[in-house]
Ligand binder design. Sequence first.
Ligand SMILES: [Zn+2]
Length: 376
Amino acid sequence: MIQKSIRLFRLWGIPVELNLSWLFVLTLITWTFATRCYIPEIYPGRFLSYENWAVGFLTALLLFVSILLHEFSHALVASRNGLPIRKITLFMFGGVAHMEREVDNPTLELRMAAAGPLMTLLLAVLFHTVSFLSREMFYVSILFESLSRINVGVLIFNMVPGFPLDGGRILRAAIWRRTGNLQYATRIASRIGSGFAIVLIVMGFFLFIIYGQSISGLWLIFIGFFLKQAARSGYLMVAFKETLGHLHVSDIMRTGVVTTESSTSLRTLVDDYFLKYHFGSFPVMKDGEYVGIVTLKDVKRVEQDHWEKAAVEDVMDRSMAGLHLLPSDPAEKLFNLIVGMGIARVPVVDYSGNIIGIVTRRDLMEAIKVTTSIGQ
Ligand SMILES: [Zn+2]
């Protein structure tokens, strides 16, 4: 996922930002509408090509406004009930309202989750009405009719009862309210979410391969993978908070870390480190400072004949050099790095900069698995 976002404006005190991936959607929607929907066969003689593009672009912009209003209705219900919203981000697959903290009661979650789809329903009705009233003005009428239909589509998709879609959040809140068990409720809703995601991926492949509709097919596949990932990390987050939320990095980290020097040759690294210790990676030090991490995959990029001459610093991953945790950091920070940002391994450093431990994705998953199975 593209990380870069730009801050647009503030509305009702909430900052709105646009992830750059959204520009891709803007282009795609404009293009789709300009070339497919307003085709001359359906409305012969009505649209010249530049008008197609203009109406396509306007449709995309107003869709942006629709999604923004949808997110704002979630956000306003939240902030009215004492849950501050940090920001709203619009990205390729829609929008997210980032909350300062998680909802702690099912009734509020239910109201918050329902607010978005209600707004979308309202917009669909409104756009349909505008389209009807403006039926004398062809362009305006067709523009609002398409917007109404897109919003109906968004509504139907959004109400599928799989987490993290709004329908899934509603279902989760309902189960949570009945059973009082948030983790159980999230597990059910996110399983439905994952199942739905797989259906989308399979449908995407069918469209792509059998029907040759490459754009719609790819789009479904992308959304499917995104949803699947979101359903999984949403569940893990809840499971994690309920079981490990009170812990610190020092409780989860693996100690006895072996570090290597940046000047070590790859041959020595393989023979004296990978073969000897059977670790998947080694933090790399230079002049007593942590400068990066080296994995077997990095080594494999260099042909064996060159292992004598090449050094660790030629292949190591430096991008994470500044990234480390303190043993006293809350375990949640670790969770956000590994599950939220997809970082595979994070070193733990003491106050004088010495590496005293490491946590890998597998360590974290094992810890969650062990504690959730004990809790059941
Ligand atoms: Zn929503």
